[in-house]
Ligand binder design. Sequence first.
Ligand SMILES: *Cc1c(COP(=O)(O)O)cnc(C)c1O
Length: 236
Amino acid sequence: MTVEEEKQIVNNVTDARARIAEAARKAGRKPEDIILVAATKMNDAERVRAAVRAGIDVCGENRVQELLGKYEEHAYDGCPLHFIGTLQSNKVKYLMGKVSMIESVSSVKLATVIAKEAKKAGLCQNILLEINIGREEAKLGLDPDEVFEAVQTISRMDNICIRGLMAIPPKLDESRKDTYYFDRMHQLFVDISDKKYDNVFMDYLSMGMSADFEAAISCGANIVRLGTTIFGARHY
Ligand SMILES: *Cc1c(COP(=O)(O)O)cnc(C)c1O
């Protein structure tokens, strides 16, 4: 990484913070209540460390293999780490003790495995439930209609704690308001809160990425996950 590249990341974080703050104020909320997760996929340890130094709140990683490699390289030192990608049951054990939150819990079955592995590791794992808010075939996540039952089932498990909801909404066409799915997520978030289930805490609503985080904040998001805004375009 060159000095220029590091400067770019610092500037990007500063700009992202300013935009988050503005969106928060417009929504009558406090800028410091919005958690900035840097989505670090495809970015090496050095670039991740630069983002941490620049003052992001959390690193968000998508792939277990990539996470373990960068973890070894101390990429995330001094910064909380969230898992935000598709998670296979047989890889859950590798995350125990490394991630403060698994944001992408897309089924009761996966929650069961996390609870089991967390128990083995002697800890309590915080999770968010990923909602397939657009009911898309190709996407993982709980159906909005299934979520109430899933919340109750998972809330009775030991060693796992539901802390909120996460979503990656569909791309919108012109016919819908740009907050259509974010509004639906917020409503679900409020509805689950209102049920006051034991051992369920609706603390976090994770939605909004580079293209739409301001709209997400206007609808109550308090975690936004930014990749390209922080690191520039990914080169696959
Ligand atoms: C990559 C990724 C992001 C960030 O995407 P950008 O559009 O680059 O901001 C957010 N959330 C998840 C789950 C991701 O995989």
